[in-house]
Design a protein around this ligand. Structure first.
Ligand code: ADP
Ligand code: MG
Length: 416
């Protein structure tokens, strides 16, 4: 690799070395090749496009679905001395014009664009005039109806790139590794030929455990468990806002320092509760899935699922917030089949395909929860990876259950 690029890694971003596949990915993109990056959350996908962007002429377009995080990212880049901007619906007319002028002047290295803004005719015309280096599609699973966060606008990206610069290299990045989602992304972006860089999803420091969810019993177990983890940070995920409030209250009356987090709370309360968790004013945050996106607390020691997630992708993302520092993290899920049935009922008004997809994802979730085989083997198999040996670090490895009917069949399928 070009020496200047390596120097930029240190000089601009302050990192002493690349992590995992980063170097190969940056190199591939700088060569002008279409690139497909699959890497777990927190592994460092941003650098894979930020470094190539600052190391060549022109402006890189970064498509990202998270308007709320866009400003953060741009602020961070600006703090590194990088000329970066964003275009989304939070900007007024004059701010938008200022950004466009800056980009057309050729100084801007990265322009973050919301998919809704990208599809606007006036922006397509503007991008046609700009000198662009490549297009990065972050959170590329949003393209797929099999992903956990489908965004219809994402499906228009390819046709817009065809208008603004059909020759522009594309890099698609995601933390969703299921073969179905991967195929969808590649097909939709017409990048079947792209070079694929996929990292392992094995989080060896996480202990996976599933316990049956039993009325009254489960709450007692949770309190007992948290009390055994005194002073350590943990997250409890619940499905509904109501449940979040209920469990947070329950912890409080049991003398546990905790706070609720869900989208129904005032913005100011949410920010305070999140900060209290990050600053360790409270040990436990009880939350819906609204909590966690972009939050980086390295020493979360446990993640409890009071309710079953809607998919194994969701489960992997949420449990993945434990043990970011590489030290042990405990992933404890309470499960009963009734909760799967309940979730299926939520989907009954959705369009047919969406409903069918959601049902399959739920059934896979149920299969994981009910399985007697090594959890890690199951989880990694779901993400298209093969684990040769049982992990020895999950409930099924540590305390094997009685064999159930069909177990040999499942073991054979997973090991195949
Ligand atoms: P992802 O998008 O894959 O979830 P991010 O790009 O947000 O991950 O990066 C996660 C964290 O890793 C960030 O704090 C980032 O600064 C850090 N990071 C990325 N690359 C490196 C590296 N080569 N060396 C050290 N830290 C890195
Ligand atoms: Mg990211």
């Amino acid at each position: 690799m070009n020496q200047i690029v390596k120097e930029n890694l240190k000089k601009i971003f302050g990192f002493s070395q690349f992590r995992g596949n980063q170097e190969k990915i940056v190199d591939n993109l700088l060569k002008g090749n279409n690139t497909f990056v699959i890497m777990p959350t927190g592994a460092g996908k941003s650098l894979c496009y930020q470094l190539p962007a600052v190391s060549q002429e022109g402006t890189a377009i970064v498509i990202s679905p998270l308007i709320a995080l866009m400003k953060n990212q741009v602020d961070q880049l600006n703090a590194f001395g990088i000329n970066a901007h964003f275009l989304n619906s939070t900007l007024n007319k004059s701010e938008t014009n200022k950004v466009k002028k800056e980009v057309l002047s050729g100084k801007t290295k990265l322009l973050y664009v919301a998919p809704e803004s990208l599809t606007k005719e006036e922006n397509i015309l503007f991008l046609k005039d700009a000198k662009l280096s490549f297009v990065a599609i972050d959170e590329a699973h949003c393209i797929s109806e099999w992903g956990h966060d489908f965004r219809p606008e994402y499906r228009k990206i390819k046709s817009i790139i065809a208008q603004i610069g059909p020759e522009l290299p594309i890099v698609a990045l995601t933390a969703t590794a299921t073969p179905k989602v991967q195929q969808d992304i590649q097909r939709n972006l017409q990048m079947e030929e792209a070079d694929l860089f996929k990292s392992s999803f094995n989080r060896t420091n996480l202990y996976y455990e599933v316990r049956p969810k039993i009325k009254n019993e489960t709450k007692k177990q949770i309190i007992k468990y948290i009390k055994s983890q005194k002073g350590k940070s943990g997250i409890i995920y619940c499905l509904s806002r109501k449940k979040v409030e209920e469990i947070a209250e329950l912890l409080k009356v049991n003398g546990i320092k905790s706070a609720p987090y869900h989208a129904g709370l005032d913005q100011s309360v949410r920010v305070k509760n999140q900060d209290d968790f990050l600053n360790e004013e409270v040990d436990v945050i009880v939350a819906t899935i609204a909590f966690g996106m972009g939050i980086d607390k390295p020493d979360v020691r446990y993640v409890i699922h009071y309710d079953v997630p809607k998919s194994l992708e969701g489960y992997y993302q949420e449990t993945g917030r434990a043990g970011r520092d590489g030290l042990e993290g405990h992933c404890l899920m309470f499960y009963r089949y009734d909760d799967i049935v309940k979730l299926e009922k939520f989907n009954k008004d959705k369009p047919v395909t969406e409903r069918e997809n959601a049902k399959i994802l739920l059934q896979e979730m149920a299969a994981y929860a009910e399985s007697s085989i090594c959890r890690r083997k199951f989880l990694l198999h779901y993400f298209g990876e093969t684990l040769e040996e049982n992990c020895g670090f999950c409930d099924n490895c540590k305390k094997p259950k009685e064999k159930f009917e069909g177990m040999d069949y499942l073991t054979a399928v997973i090991s195949a």
